[in-house]
Design a binder for this molecule. Sequence first.
Ligand SMILES: C[S@@+](CC[C@H](N)C(=O)[O-])C[C@H]1O[C@@H](n2cnc3c(N)ncnc32)[C@H](O)[C@@H]1O
Length: 203
Amino acid sequence: MTDPIMSARGSIRTSVAEKAMFLRSWLRDPRLVGAVAPSGRSLAALITSDIQSADDPIIELGPGTGVFTEALLARGVPRKRLVLVEADRAFAYSLGRRFPGVRVLHMDAAHLGQTGVFFGGERASAVVSGIPLLAMPVEKALAILRGAFLRHLRADGALYQFTYLPRCPVPHALLERAGLHAVRIGVAVANLPPAFVYRFQRM
Ligand SMILES: C[S@@+](CC[C@H](N)C(=O)[O-])C[C@H]1O[C@@H](n2cnc3c(N)ncnc32)[C@H](O)[C@@H]1O
C-alpha cells in the first residue's frame, strides 16, 4: 500500500523541482517562457474543460513542466492520442521522461504548418496552448495559428489559449486575417496571477 506521508512528500518534492526548472528556463529565455512559475490546477482545469471525448487526438503547445498535460491525461485522453510541442530543450527532455508514451516534439510551434500530420489520416479536435502569444511578434503568432488550424485541426476543432490580460491575446485584425473568431470561456481567479481562457475557432 502507498504510504500517504511518503507520497505527499514525493509530490511536494516534484512540485519544488518543477518550479525550480521553470525558473531556470525563464532565466535562460524570459520571452520564450513568458511566466516565472507553472500554471495552477484551476487554470489547467479551465483550459481543458471543453475536452469531452476521451478518444479525440489532442495537441498541446508550450506544455512547460506539464501542468495541462496532466489535466488532459486525467480527463482520459490516451497517451498515444496526445502530442506535445515544446521549444525549450530542458522542458522537452523532462516531459519525455515524465510522460512515457506521449509524443514530445522539441520544436518551435511557428513551424506547425510545415510538419507531417501527427495522427495519420485524422486531425486533432483541440489544441491547448500555453504559448505566450502576446509576447511574440505578430507574424509569429499568426504562423502558429495558421499552422494549427490549416494543417492540424479538423474543421470544427478549437484552440484554447490562456492570457493574463482581460482581453483577447490576439488582436481582432489578426484574427480576421486568419479567418478565426475568439470567445472567452472563463477566468481562473485562483491562478497566480488570475488568467483568462479563450477559445478560437474558424469563422
Ligand atoms: C507560460 S509557459 C506555460 C507552460 C505551461 N503550459 C503552464 O501553463 O505551466 C510557456 C511555454 O511555452 C513554450 N513556448 C514558448 N514559445 C514557444 C514556441 N514558439 N513553440 C513551442 N513552445 C513555445 C515555453 O518554452 C514554455 O514552456
